[in-house]
Design a protein around this ligand. Structure first.
Ligand code: KIV
Ligand code: ZN
Length: 501
């Protein structure tokens, strides 16, 4: 019987905590719904004490998720645990995830506590959390750099106090796969109630070994893996969920282990996180990067044409990369469009469908062939296809630009129902557009990052622009899509501003 591995997703906590990856409430709910579709076992929805927004997000996620366990993170203090309990208590399957550091360096310099004080705190706080009658996970932060005997004592204290999930984090991404495996084997042989406890690992990627360490731990007996979509997370990130899942599927012969991930939802999940965070994937990123299934060299192309298995160990279909079965274009009707959306796994309300069809028609006027990737991009970050309400709407722009002259642009916007236009000039076309918008709105928001990607190949490809903007400590992401890169840039800027305003 293949071993069952639980997937604990921390995209919304460790992932969201990483610089540039923050999400608003609507975005977090969208991600949580997608994680449920993806089939993760546990969603770590946030760190409720860290801010009122985080608390509200965990509570809202707990209210909508049906099948997954919803976990809230808490340091080993009563205040943190109270908040985490309040936030997750209405979930169908609530979990409090409490942690304290156990390595010498953390105890001495960060916690300023003695080892004995840490043991007492683990006993008291795990007991306190268990008292709420929900499932309790205990993490020994920096476990991989902790003295083994002390780690065993800490873990057994947590188990005796009622924790049923024990997590062993490689907090600073320091462990080597064989060391991690050895540690897990040691714990598996020595912890109390070894057969009843879910033994988990949480591996960071500082040395690029997050996934390797997680997989080595599975081989050694770990039954829960903590990971994130696209591997986002503190510093170099966490182990990537999609890489772990596809290793288990592709090398089932090696691991003899399985998980509940619906691999066909992997591509969509990765795209959703890119759109929301504005953090693009490297083209060579395993599984989901743009080149992961591209065969460039002649010899490879020839081999793949003869038989895909010559150079492909996984199929793009298996991770849900849309394959164009039937071409859609400007003569395609609403039924064909709705059918395609359905086969891509979208369920849109009537109103969202009408709007999406209108966007599709406008695109089909510009592009001969509308691919499934174009349609995915049109539906956008929200799987429901709903558009965010806009206070400021883009109407049109006109520009004169060249490499030997400044760019002069007239941007027309609809602000509170009235059209307004503004002219601006700068040495670049995008900067000129953004100055024109600022000339009308005086938002004083700061543009932190700007990124441009093409959705498909070809001269008529759509461009997607992501921007990050901030004002008074709030940072938001904006996304704009068009076959015209200047228009895509204006739309991205306005989508961010509409969130900030
Ligand atoms: O990396 C880490 O140690 C953590 C813990 C809170 C689990 O994120
Ligand atoms: Zn972490």
């Amino acid at each position: 019987m293949a071993k069952q591995i639980k997937i604990f997703d921390t995209t919304l906590r460790d992932g969201e905590q990483s610089p540039g990856c923050s999400m608003n409430l609507a975005e977090k709910l969208e991600v949580a719904r997608q994680l449920e579709r993806l089939g993760v076992d546990v969603i770590e929805a946030g760190f409720p004490i860290s801010s009122p927004d985080d608390f509200a997000a965990v509570q809202a996620i707990a209210g909508i998720i049906e099948h997954c366990t919803v976990a809230g993170l808490a340091r080993a203090t009563k205040e943190d645990i109270d908040k985490a309990y309040e936030a997750v208590k209405d979930a169908k399957h609530p979990r409090i995830h409490t942690f304290i550091a156990t390595s010498d360096v953390h105890m001495e310099y960060k916690l300023k506590m003695t080892p004995e004080e840490v043991i007492t705190r683990i006993h008291d706080m795990v007991s306190y959390a268990v008292g709420f009658g929900v499932e309790v996970e205990f993490s020994a932060e920096d476990a991989s750099r902790t003295d083994r005997d002390f780690l065993l004592r800490a873990v057994n204290t947590a188990i005796d106090a009622g924790a049923t999930v024990i997590n062993i984090p490689d907090t600073v991404g320091y462990a080597m796969p064989e060391e991690m495996a050895d540690l897990i084997r040691f714990l598996k042989h020595n912890i109390h109630k070894a057969d009843e406890i879910e033994l988990s690992v949480h591996c960071h990627n500082d040395l690029g070994l997050g996934v390797a360490n997680s997989l080595a731990s599975i081989g050694a007996g770990a039954t829960q893996i903590e990971c994130t979509i696209n591997g986002i997370g503190e510093r170099a990130g966490n182990a990537s969920l999609e890489e772990i899942a596809m290793n288990l599927v592709t090398r089932h012969d090696y691991f003899d282990a399985k998980c509940n991930i619906n691999t066909k939802q992997i591509y969509r999940s990765a795209q959703l996180i890119c759109s929301i965070t504005g953090v693009p994937l490297s083209p060579t990123k395993p599984i989901t990067g743009a080149n992961a299934f591209a065969h460039e060299a002649g010899i490879h192309q020839h081999g793949v044409l003869c038989n895909r298995s010559t150079y492909e160990i996984m199929s793009p279909e298996s991770i849900g990369i849309p394959q164009n079965k039937m071409v859609l274009g400007k003569h395609s009707g609403k039924h064909a469009f709705a059918d395609r959306l359905q086969s891509l796994g979208y369920t849109l309300s009537q109103d969202a469908l009408v709007k999406a069809f209108d966007r599709f028609k406008r695109l089909a006027d510009k592009k001969k062939i509308v691919s499934d990737r174009d349609i995915e991009a049109l539906i956008g970050a929200t799987n429901s296809g709903e558009e965010q309400p806009e206070q400021v709407k883009y109407v049109r722009y006109a520009i004169m630009s060249g490499n030997t002259i400044d760019s002069t642009v007239v941007v027309t916007l609809e602000i509170d129902g009235k059209e307004q236009e503004f002219t601006a000039r700068s040495n670049g076309p995008i900067d000129a557009c953004y100055r024109a918008i600022e000339g009308m709105l005086h938002s004083e928001a700061v543009l932190d990052t700007y990124g441009l990607q093409s959705v498909t190949e070809g001269i008529d490809a759509q461009a997607v622009v992501f921007v990050k903007m901030s004002k008074n400590g709030d940072t938001v992401t904006g996304r704009g899509l068009s076959t015209d890169i200047i228009e895509a840039s204006i739309k991205a800027y306005l989508s961010a501003l509409n969130k900030l305003l």
